[in-house]
Design a protein around this ligand. Sequence first.
Ligand code: TXA
Ligand code: MG
Length: 341
Amino acid sequence: MITKQLTTNDVRQAAEILRAGGLVGIPTETVYGLGSDGLNSEAVGHIFQAKGRPQDNPLILHIPEASWLERYCQEIPPCAWDLAERFWPGPMTMILRRKPLIPDVVTAGLDTVGMRCPAHPVCREIIRLADVPVAAPSGNTSGRPSPTTAGHMLEDMDGKIEAIVDGGPCSVGVESTIIDLTCTPPRLLRPGGITLEQLESVLGEVVVDQAVTRLMTAGEKPKAPGMKYRHYAPKAPVTVVTGEPAKSAAYIASHAAAEDGVICFDEFLPLFTRQSETRPVMDLGPAGDKEEQARHIFDALRQFDHTQVTAIWAQCPDDSGIGLAITNRLNKAAGFHIIQV
Ligand code: TXA
Ligand code: MG
């Protein structure tokens, strides 16, 4: 199959491919998604094949406006409407009770479904024109870092999908926040673009699922099935170093071998490049700008697969605000191999 590279002028063509049961790479504000008609079981099945995704890992449905929740969900609690009002369109996915019309392949047989109304204008236009809920996981091969540019997604999906729409680099850079509203208190299953603090301002108490902050042991079942898989991982093993930025930089500088890869805050780039001319170094953004760090984290992890590095060291922000999402992605990439300095 030849993957068509579409531009933002081709939204109609992208919508037609979706309606015909094809797979399309779509830009969202978080990461690129691999979309299909969420009501077409066969098309949804092709998503799992293209990604090499385990069948027990459910997909989320993307809708153009909150009113569509009623088509696909039941027993919707009032707080879902409050959250939608406040944070949609935007980087938040709500887990709700599903209606039976959603194919089992989407929800991996669960009686719940993840619902998201994305903010990217091109994505919204494609969904509106297709006039179907769009099932879309992140557009990476299963286990690899999520794609935040059309180029990243082509690396993984060229030849496996009908088309990809280039809507530019993603403005958030980490996937949506997943909040489970089928339990009390609501439970944060994956930190993302909408922060825990923002959720708490609407919901009051929010429980952070254990899978967010620690490694699941064999046999444990996280509530978001996807959180149990090794994830976001470059080929070389990653060590995360947390703590005050100057200290974590000093720790890495004294422990990394000359040829090891380093992910660092901008301020420390000269330190690491001066130390070794051959070392691949990826800068995340300024130590004080977590939004910028979120935009670069997946690209940084991905770039090392184009190098020969056998070990990667990463500085990491604190976990307030969107720092919780960055920390979670880095820790998962590192298999929770974390050094606190
Ligand atoms: O930002 C995003 O959410 C991106 C863009 C494309 O919208 N999508 C995305 O999808 O990250 P995916 O499939 O890569 O991650 C969805 C996560 C998985 O960990 C999955 O297990 C979990 O959501 N999930 C989906 N449905 C669920 C459900 N009913 N209950 C619990 N977890 C669910
Ligand atoms: Mg994913």
